[in-house]
Design a protein. Sequence first.
Length: 363
Amino acid sequence: MALTSGIRVFERYLAREIYASTLLVLAAFLALFAFFDLVNELGDVGKGNYQLYHAVGYVLLTLPGYVYELLPIAVLIGSLYALTLLARHSEITVLRASGLSTATLVLALMRIGALFVLLTFVVGEFIAPPAERAAQQLRLQAMSSVVGQQFRSGLWVKDEHAFVNVREVLPDTSLRGIRIYQFDQNYQLLSISEAEAAHFQPPNSWQLANVAQTLFEGERVRVDRHAEVLWQSALSPDILTVLLVDPGRMSLVNLYLYTRHLTENRQKTQRYEIAMWKKVFYPMAALVMMILALPFGYLHDRLGNISFKVFSGVMLGVAFHMLNGLFSSLGVINSWPPLYAAVTPSILFLLAATAMIWWVERR
């Protein structure tokens, strides 16, 4: 009973130490990335209406994306630092001598880490995607630019039996210079519709302005002109956000919608499926990082000082980040199953953590 009470007190104390250390590490990372991003943005200040306050706003809006990406690494370094401090004062040694098992300590870390899992998911799903989109819109509007096109003729999108060519996608996801090539089931051309502009009308329509519609009726060709036409389409601003936001910073819902759209139109989905599965499993990486930090807490008398362990944590965090990117790229290039490409880095680090704990306990 006394041991159980002591473990609970220790867990609360450990939680405070880990939360404080992780917050400090994350703040340091964010300050560093914000500084370099701001320096990079200074080169664009003066283009169009892009001023210093636009650059500062852009950098601040990209920070939630960095929180999502860097939180597992910050958890690793923060946990490693907190466990090392406790081990240095022999607190972990005393508890283990009193009967605290490694499994009990791991479960305590899991309970502490549940908050990080929830925070990573909330930031990655509800905060970072709209912030990233707002950042890109702010930058493009200030520079009087349009969203980049994939070809010189503009953006091409397949929408069921139609091929859509868009000359410009504006930052607010309205369209300019639209051509809609409508085919039948045998891919015989039925019509070509050209419109100056298009604005989305929920739930699944676009209001086309100044439309010239060329109809092919057997041997005859007829041209109709309309001030406005309502165009029914599966395309939506959420699908077009893929042009503004990197797949890794899109929300899980938008990734699913865009992947389904590509699948229905028989287009490649590998890149977006990998990003979608990473969204599912990436929050769990915080737990893996906490387990990985545990062996370092056991090595207080065998492995140098705190600074060396923190440096090791930084290197492991960088390795995890690089491995995530590597497996995503290799998954796209080699057409690996998206689930495997997304989850393999976390599994490898979990196996490494398990092996390290086993090795430490055997010594």
